[in-house]
Design a protein around this ligand. Structure first.
Ligand SMILES: [Zn+2]
Length: 147
């Protein structure tokens, strides 16, 4: 193999490695953001439940109130992937029968936060789950939550 052919081979291998590594790197970054996002939501849902007597359903932004009180850090009030604030299911706080349900949404986010792939949702039993895009709409509609 000539020196020039060897150089071309090395460049071709490098291009293939970069082409394989970049999507993997982007994918792992998004997974990290999804996990951090779900963790943020768990904290917010817990704090909203604990402090539900301290805010009114008319309050335009209970999450901002929790941040102002120092109950949650400001960095936890939004999705780390997009920087957009989380949304709450206000109906949850007027439906005591929905306490500790694995299907009742307490906190959710916009579908666009994770490139439309899906969205994290935190349920009233305290678990957070990354739901696929098609499931997000189904869940929001079933619970009559407007995005
Ligand atoms: Zn998110």
């Amino acid at each position: 193999m000539s020196r020039r052919a060897r150089f071309r081979f090395v460049v071709a291998v490098a291009i293939v490695l970069v082409a394989v590594a970049i999507p993997s790197w982007l994918h792992s970054r998004d997974l990290t953001a999804r996990l951090a996002c779900g963790s943020n939501m768990k904290g917010i849902a817990t704090a909203l439940k604990v402090y539900s007597g301290d805010w009114s359903l008319d309050d335009p932004d209970p999450i901002a109130m929790l941040i102002a009180k120092g109950e949650i850090p400001a960095s936890a009030g939004h999705c780390p992937a997009s920087g957009k604030p989380y949304r709450i299911n206000r109906a949850y706080f007027t439906a005591p029968h929905a306490q500790n349900s694995s299907t009742t949404v307490v906190v959710f986010e916009e579908l666009a936060n994770h490139d439309g792939i899906g969205a994290n949702m935190c349920y009233s039993d305290g678990h957070a789950s990354f739901e696929k895009a098609g499931d997000v709409q189904r869940i929001l509609v079933a619970q009559r939550i407007s995005e």
